[in-house]
Design a protein around this ligand. Structure first.
Ligand code: COA
Ligand code: ZN
Length: 328
């Protein structure tokens, strides 16, 4: 895969998925105007792409039943790619009519999760993908495929690397598909596994647009991103505040947190192009919209060099210590 370098810093592309993966499982409905304002705020943060919403069944995901209005009424920043998740042809047609820049068609690496999440067999989903790809190609719209549960399934257990690679081969052979995301839907991925699968994928398709999608369910999200970078990947999904999770995957919880990832990568000399202060302000606002705290450690702790005043009585402590030192 061709890496993009900016001076001495390696460029990492983060797609914000908080308004889709994040909001899809929130109990409190976020008002349509608030969603639009949130996407508009995120559009000011320097993100290269935002997955705005999902054109799925409103019965399946009531939280995103306003997808058309949100997609149509956001204020678009030139150059920023505004995408949407779709599960089938109806969703793709709705997303294209609402002027999505990119479709993200989802299916699972396991039959069980595919049936639970999409009410279709994998064969039915793949047949829908073929129709979606033709439709996207006709419309001149980019099409990413997200393969859920690539690193393990909460119901079926281990997923073989060969199974993932076989599906990826099918996607690569489908005209109209422009990118692939390997998704860790319920935080089952671990760093050495991520490294191996990323290497396997990139050695097979070195020029492809590969995205990695991690959840922090078991605390390995950031470690998995670093392992994937080490293996040559540079595109990742992340969610503002670290919220998110698939409502049809038992035990699912938040995505890797955008501000935590941006903060850590910046310290390590990577360039995401994202303004952390603006992102943190959006994460604070998000807590109000969803009515509870976000998992983000950075919202709680602040940035690494957000310093604290010395404790009361510090001068006395210092003088006493100096006195003891002098009398020795
Ligand atoms: N958007 C809106 N409505 C849709 C739709 C879509 N993408 N796809 C189907 N529908 C409608 C149909 O038109 C039909 O409407 P009707 O009852 O008025 O005739 C109804 O939904 C049922 O259609 P059917 O094809 O039988 O769907 P289903 O009930 O088997 O559900 C999915 C299949 C894929 C639509 C649904 O499971 C879904 O949206 N899943 C997404 C889950 C998700 O987003 N998970 C998290 C992200 S990974
Ligand atoms: Zn996810």
């Amino acid at each position: 895969m061709t890496q993009v370098w900016d001076g001495h810093k390696r460029r990492i592309e983060i797609q914000e998925v908080g308004t889709r993966d994040g909001l899809q499982s929130e109990a409190q409905f976020v008002a349509t105007d608030d969603k639009i304002a949130l996407v508009n705020a995120l559009s000011q943060c320097g993100l290269p792409r935002i997955e705005v919403t999902a054109f799925v069944s409103p019965q399946a995901i009531p939280a995103l039943k306003d997808a058309e209005i949100v997609m149509n009424e956001i204020t678009r920043q030139p150059g920023l790619i505004y995408g949407a998740l779709v599960p089938n042809l109806v969703g793709a047609q709705r997303a294209i009519a609402a002027h999505a820049d990119e479709l993200n068609m989802v299916m699972s690496a396991t039959e069980t999760h595919n049936l639970c999440n999409l009410r279709m067999t994998q064969a039915q989903s793949f047949s829908a993908l073929t129709a979606v790809a033709a439709c996207a190609k006709d419309a001149g719209v980019a099409l990413n495929v997200s393969l859920s549960c690539c690193f393990g399934c909460p119901m079926d257990g281990e997923v073989r690397e060969a199974t993932v690679m076989d599906w990826c081969r099918c996607f690569m052979d489908t005209p109209g598909v422009t990118g692939i995301s390997l998704c860790d839907t319920t935080g089952m991925a671990y760093p050495s596994q991520v490294h191996a699968l990323t290497r396997a994928f990139l050695s097979r398709w070195p020029e492809s647009a590969l995205t990695l999608h991690f959840h922090n369910t078991r605390g390995m999200g950031l470690a998995n991103i670093l392992a994937a970078i080490d293996a040559g990947a540079y595109r990742f999904d992340a969610s503002l505040g670290g919220i998110g999770g698939c409502p049809y995957a038992p035990g699912a919880s938040g995505n890797v947190c955008t501000e935590e990832v941006v903060h850590a990568l910046a310290l390590m000399g990577y360039d995401t192009g994202i303004a952390l202060d603006a992102l943190l302000a959006a994460a604070e606002q998000l807590q109000i919209l969803i009515g509870h705290e976000v998992p983000s450690q950075l919202v709680k702790a602040g940035q690494r060099l957000d310093l604290h005043p010395r404790p009361a009585g510090f001068e006395d402590i210092r003088m006493r210590a100096l006195g003891r030192q002098a009398s020795k």
